[in-house]
Design a protein. Structure first.
Length: 393
């Protein structure tokens, strides 16, 4: 067994059970890609078993903090079984669920979503890549399913020195699927859609938005970065009179229109715009338009803290424009999915946007990912999705 010896004082995060070991913390030691290594303090104290990554700045990711633990198929089967069982306790109102959420579920670099009778997995780190076949078998055994599609095409694979790869790992069949969520039907494409095909982390937010629409009965709703129309369907389900939905992807808009039809809503109740959101918001201001409810769910502007300053300006600009378009008494659901933007910083950005827009409002709720996308006490980086619900005074 190969050993990583840390520099003096660099063991503190591991003693707090944080699962990452950075290149800068290592005094000596190396291994093959994904190989299990013993991690020790500068004094030789056992700290963890971890998977080694030769090229990533996160040089090792922890499998276990128990010196007696064997890193083998039995461990992975037990870890996956535990994660799948935990989801049953969440009482999720959908057959679209996240079963494995990486480090938060003890499987660093592994993301697995269930869409009905199909699993979709992303193997994003060297350790889970090395154990891919074992993990695939354990996932199907724990879920009772037979189909597993791989979507290991995220850019983060390059940081691990891994090529992008997609396709069926187990089973085969159609990649266009339909899931049930809160009584709605939502179609998705696991081969071509974003991430694993859909944004399951916004499940609870979509329900909250539908409930808000049911209460306020907005005449004019604006859904920015609408992707395949999850919030659009939610608004219509809540009784919104008309929804303007914007995205810069024509295929996503086609899927969104299909989702509106799939749920039996009148096509005339939605306007679709294949356009840039920022430019569209400016155009609406010039036209004197306003909206009773707005959703801002942009893509990741800041993947790391180093991108935070530039991302903060982008978030501030779109929130400033949206708040100017919001009617008094109107509601804004605004989000950041950037890991480099903390919840506190996001609040400050939106507050600055309101000040620049010359408006004020109430923060009625703070939002995060659905419970099947957990953040653990020892891994706060798991909290990537932040949201605020604002009501304009």
């Amino acid at each position: 067994m190969k050993t990583l010896r840390l520099k003096e004082g660099k063991e503190r995060s591991l003693l707090r059970r944080h699962p990452w070991i950075f290149e800068s913390a290592i005094a000596k030691g190396a291994a093959d890609s994904g190989e299990t290594v013993r991690v020790e303090s500068s004094a030789g104290q056992f700290l963890a078993w971890a998977a080694f990554s030769p090229t990533s700045k996160i040089r090792a990711r922890v499998w276990s903090f128990d010196e007696k633990q064997r890193i083998d198929a039995g461990l992975f089967a037990a870890t996956i079984h535990s994660a799948v069982q935990a989801r049953k306790r969440f009482a999720i109102q959908s057959d679209g669920q996240r079963l494995i959420h990486g480090e938060s579920d003890g499987l660093p670099g592994l993301v697995v979503d269930r869409y009905g009778d199909t699993l979709v997995a992303q193997f994003l780190a060297c350790g889970v890549e090395r154990w891919k076949a074992v993990l695939a078998d354990a996932l199907l055994s724990a879920s009772g399913l037979t189909r597993l599609y791989e979507r290991s095409d995220a850019s983060s694979r390059a940081l691990e020195g891994l090529p992008e790869t997609t396709g069926w790992l187990r089973g085969q069949g159609a990649t266009d699927l339909v899931i049930q969520e809160h009584g709605w039907k939502l179609e998705l494409d696991i081969a071509q859609g974003h991430k694993t095909g859909f944004y399951l982390d916004q499940r609870d937010s979509r329900k909250k938005f539908a409930d808000m629409c049911r209460h306020l009965q907005p005449q004019r709703v604006l859904n920015c970065y609408c992707y395949t129309g999850g919030f659009t369907v939610a608004a219509l389900a809540g009784g919104a009179a008309h929804v303007t939905s914007i995205d810069s992807s024509a295929p996503a808009l086609e899927k969104a229109a299909a989702n509106v039809a799939l749920n039996g809503f009148d096509a005339s109740s939605v306007s679709w715009m294949d356009a840039d959101v920022n430019a569209s918001l400016r155009l609406f201001l010039e036209q004197g338009r306003s909206f009773d409810a707005i959703v801002l769910d942009p893509p990741k502007f800041a993947p790391t803290v180093t991108h935070a300053d530039r991302a903060a300006r982008a978030y501030k600009d779109i929130n400033r424009l949206a708040l100017k378009l919001l009617t008094p008494g109107g509601v804004l659901f605004t989000y950041s999915c950037s890991g480099g933007i903390s919840a506190d910083l996001f609040h400050k950005i939106v507050a600055g946007a309101a000040a620049d827009a010359g408006v004020d409002g109430f923060v009625t709720e703070r939002l995060g990912g659905a419970p099947d996308h957990p953040m653990t006490l020892s891994f706060p980086e798991g909290e990537y999705l932040k949201g605020l619900v604002l009501m304009r005074k």
